[in-house]
Design a protein around this ligand. Structure first.
Ligand code: ADP
Ligand code: MG
Length: 384
């Protein structure tokens, strides 16, 4: 069996999106950092067959069959990315299908989970030379929109927000905290900037600026806060007409989420609880873990209301949505505990079932001639 694993014979097809409505879970291992090398660390993670992840505490631990039998040391995911994996491959495997679904008026979300420094922001935002999932998704979206016959009909809006210390802030237009309220589309942040995007070119700069607006911790001046959750929402709206000539408005929403460092979720001691900030940050990630637990256990009541983050992610976790989770891990044995914890939650997330995902649409009655709606309909008929 070991030979089979090594030679890649055991390849199984990844879970398919659409008809299968469970959360797809991926793991991405980042390269060893210079600092980690200098600290004398060894690699304690091995990815085999693009699926299996083995945690090895000792350098000579090459017996994967033995590790497979040890609980908490062997994991298997929809795909696992070794440190050589390109941004493009990560995007294509995890998110490309979601973009297609969103263009059909469905909801999709991708979230990155892992300890601080594990590679979440690199995966999501990336760099100018190595664009991450957020930018590649928007790029792909515009390409796909251009390819469709009814070009000019799609409107794309972006919102970028942060949850920090149980406060929601607009990253595109920093100012007063935003209030969450429930409307027919779910939970929305009132007054959030909706930036109309026309092309990809402006988006990377826009998101980088947004990222600079993420709250930084006073004690770590030059570092983007490891305690803030960043959520990019991409809304696509377009019109189609059905057989009875009704104009249908379709809206697809893609949420791309760069979560706060998961190591904070472990620090639940009294001293941390006494610090309001620490407690609040824990609240969001702890609430996320209790929601995941409740969903896995098939509980009727899912405690979304326990935190701002889970309220905002309600759609993505338990609603009609295609959801993807990317767990980011470091290869260093110095992060062994964090890596094991991340893999544990990623493993648990595989059990979550989401509801079947249907297109969000709103039907308008056949309009009387001469009205704006009738003109719109005529335009649509010409376009198609
Ligand atoms: P996080 O957002 O999880 O705290 P970052 O994304 O900021 O972590 O990554 C920490 C450091 O590691 C950054 O300097 C980043 O550029 C680098 N890094 C992360 N993932 C990769 C990768 N796959 N390839 C190359 N460098 C990476
Ligand atoms: Mg980050």
């Amino acid at each position: 069996e070991l030979e089979k694993i090594e030679s890649g014979e055991c390849t199984e097809k990844n879970g398919t999106m659409g008809n299968d409505s469970r959360i797809l879970v991926f793991v991405r291992l980042r390269p060893m950092a210079k600092k980690e090398k200098e600290a004398g660390s060894r690699c304690c993670v091995k990815i085999v067959n693009k699926r299996d992840v083995y945690l090895t505490e000792f350098a000579n631990e090459n017996d994967y069959l033995r590790l497979k039998r040890l609980r908490g040391r062997h994991f298997t995911f929809d795909a696992s990315f070794p440190d050589s994996t390109s941004q493009h491959e990560v995007y294509t495997t995890t998110t490309a299908e979601l973009v297609e679904a969103v263009l059909q008026g469905r909801n999709g979300s991708v979230f990155c989970y892992g300890a601080t420094g594990a590679g979440k922001t690199y995966t999501m935002l990336g760099t100018v030379d190595n664009l991450g999932v957020m930018v590649l998704a928007i790029k792909d979206l515009f390409t796909k929109i251009r390819q469709r016959s009814c070009d000019g009909n799609h409107v794309v809006h972006l919102s970028y927000l942060e949850v920090y210390n149980e406060t929601v802030r607009d990253l595109l237009s920093p100012g007063r905290p935003l209030v969450l309220r429930e409307d027919k589309q779910g939970i929305v942040a009132a007054g959030l900037t909706q930036y109309r995007a026309y092309s990809t070119d402006e988006v990377m700069a826009l998101l980088q600026r947004g990222n600079q607006n993420r709250t930084t911790e006073p004690t770590r001046v030059n570092e983007t806060s490891s305690r803030s959750h960043a959520i990019l929402q991409v809304m696509i709206e377009y019109r189609v007409k059905d057989a009875s000539m009704n104009v249908i408005n379709r809206v697809g929403k893609l949420s791309l989420i760069d979560l706060a460092g998961s190591e904070r979720a472990l620090a639940t001691d009294q001293r941390t609880l006494r610090s309001l900030e620490g407690a609040n940050i824990n609240r969001s990630l702890l609430a996320l873990s209790s929601c995941i637990n409740a969903l896995v256990e098939g509980k009727k009541h899912i405690p979304y209301r326990n935190s701002k983050l889970t309220q905002l992610l309600k759609d993505s976790l338990g609603g009609a949505c295609n959801t993807v989770m990317i767990a980011n891990i470091s290869p260093s044995n110095l992060s062994f505990g964090e890596t094991q914890n991340t893999l544990h939650w990623a493993d648990r997330a595989k059990e979550i079932r989401t509801k079947a995902c249907e297109a969000n649409e709103e039907v308008h009655e056949v309009p009387e001639s001469g009205t704006d709606q009738a003109k719109l309909l005529l335009e649509l008929q010409k376009e198609n």
